[in-house]
Design a protein around this ligand. Structure first.
Ligand code: ATP
Ligand code: MG
Length: 468
């Protein structure tokens, strides 16, 4: 049972962790896929906006402004930087127009406003009629001229595509000759998605929520099952313990009964009046003992609802003193019995029989579990009668303190197996005190001792008692 339930719990926790990991992995994959599909979709939409004759003519115009300046460069009137600045400025001059157009297109295609676009020139080569190539900007050196859109560094964006263009420009060179130059031009289109994670997370919010709920459900289910399993395990242990104890308790009287009956059946004993009487007495005693044992199991198993109280008005100070007097007669001389009982006039409604049973059960435990100094204290507070019973016995561990009031529960550590009992005493105490609308608590330290507190609300009128 021990190993089996441990294996089951480990299995359940392992499965839970595995499922959670798998769920996390699946969610991450979905997130990744969603991110990719969002990028593809945005790229398609941007294509729809910028691949139009309007944008083409816009681009043509700034390129032409640039091309027209090439002869000036070739004849040495302007520098390379000034020439490239022409292109940049010509594009810039048209950027507002483009951005306005892009915004409208984005609205039309339902493109997320966080998706930015830019276009940069990445290669410009001038090739003269002798085939000499001059690189104005060189892609391999990451040289770029920003053209239109929103200016962001290319490494922050995603490449949409590249676009090549070539053009023959004829002009009159510085020697007043007809000359021609080939322009090779390449532009790259980029997009950048701002707050990319936020957009995707927003789209996956429902999925996250459902996954979270499922996980929560799973954890609750597992915890509940494990708890149930442990409870069942404890019940089964308690059952085994109880059977062992009761069998042990039954053994002695049964053995004695068997000897006594054997003696009686013996012819010699039958004729001897003294022996016969002695045997009959033994049989009676053991019979009574068996009867008591059965009564103890039956009576002490009652729940507080089944306890029918026969209420009497009692002065608790006097009553506790009486119970202590009777109890004192039953204990051995080496036990120190201290009383600290407030003298009060207050009356309380209790069932004397049940109430004394509860107190005596606790006192018996105090002696049984090695107490040599016992102390009974009674005080009356504004709202409660408080009875505390302390001992200096073996004490109770923190874990067991919560359990000892359970039916048949006995502390089953190896070293305290020698204490006899059925584990019913404290359960019965609690039911009795509960039937009086009171509470019972325990404070204890292992190897130092234990104190039980019984608190019963002040009540001096029967009507109040019953109506509560
Ligand atoms: P029963 O009372 O039915 O003969 P029991 O004394 O074992 O058997 P309870 O009186 O219900 O059962 O007590 C439950 C358990 O609580 C005990 O088995 C014991 O381990 C622990 N216990 C109770 N009182 C004390 C005490 N004063 N000191 C140490 N342990 C205690
Ligand atoms: Mg007991």
């Amino acid at each position: 049972m021990q190993i089996k339930s441990r294996a089951l719990i480990t299995g359940a926790i392992f499965t839970l962790i595995a499922l959670t990991t798998m769920q996390g992995y699946l969610i991450f994959n979905t997130y990744d896929l969603k991110k990719k599909s969002f990028a593809v979709e945005s790229r398609k939409k941007i294509g729809g906006i910028v691949k139009t004759s309007y944008v083409d003519s816009l681009s043509w115009n700034y390129r032409m402004d640039f091309v027209k300046k090439i002869p000036d460069y070739k004849s040495g009137n302007i520098t390379k930087e000034e020439l490239l600045l022409t292109l940049e400025n010509a594009a810039k001059a048209r950027n507002d127009q483009f951005l306005e157009y892009y915004k409208q297109g984005a609205g039309h295609f339902n493109l997320n406003e966080n998706v930015l676009f830019n276009k940069v020139a990445t290669t410009i080569q001038l090739i003269d009629k002798n085939g000499n190539v001059e690189n104005l900007i060189d892609e391999s050196k990451n040289e770029q001229v920003f053209l239109i859109g929103t200016n962001f560094p290319f490494y922050e964006g995603l490449l949409i595509n590249n676009w090549n263009w070539s053009f023959n420009e004829e002009f009159i060179n510085s020697n007043q000759e007809n000359d021609t130059i080939i322009i090779r031009y390449r532009a790259s289109l980029y997009m950048k998605i701002l707050n990319w994670d936020k957009i995707i997370l927003k789209q996956l919010l429902l999925l996250f929520f459902i996954a979270f709920l499922l996980l929560l459900f799973l954890i609750t289910l597992t915890t509940y099952s494990i708890r149930n399993l442990l409870k069942l395990k404890r019940v089964s242990e308690i059952k085994t313990d109880f059977i062992n104890n009761i069998t042990h308790e039954l053994k002695t009287p049964l053995a004695t009964l068997s000897i006594a009956t054997k003696t009686l059946t013996n012819k010699f004993a039958k004729d001897n009046k003294d022996i016969a009487e002695d045997s009959i007495n033994t049989i009676n005693r053991q019979n009574k003992r068996l009867q008591n044992l059965i009564d103890q199991v039956v009576d002490n198993s009652l729940g507080y609802n089944d306890i029918k109280l026969n209420l009497e008005e009692v002065n608790l100070s006097a009553f506790i003193n009486e119970v202590c007097d009777d109890f004192y007669l039953t204990i051995s001389n080496n036990i120190q019995f201290i009383r600290d009982i407030d003298n009060t006039e207050k009356q309380i409604l209790i069932d004397k029989f049940y109430f004394s049973t509860a107190i005596i059960n606790i006192l018996n435990n105090a002696i049984k579990f090695d107490g040599t100094i016992l102390k009974v204290k009674y005080t009356l507070s504004e709202n409660n009668h408080i009875i505390s019973i302390s001992d200096n016995g073996i004490g109770i561990s923190k874990k067991n303190k919560k359990l000892i009031f359970g039916k048949f529960y006995r502390v089953s550590e190896k070293n305290i197996h020698n204490y006899k009992g059925l584990g019913l005493g404290l359960y019965y105490c609690k039911q009795i005190i509960k039937a009086h609308y009171g509470t019972i608590d325990v404070e204890s330290k292992e190897k130092e001792g234990t104190t039980f507190y019984i608190k019963v609300p002040v009540n001096d009128r029967k009507e109040n008692f019953i109506s509560r």
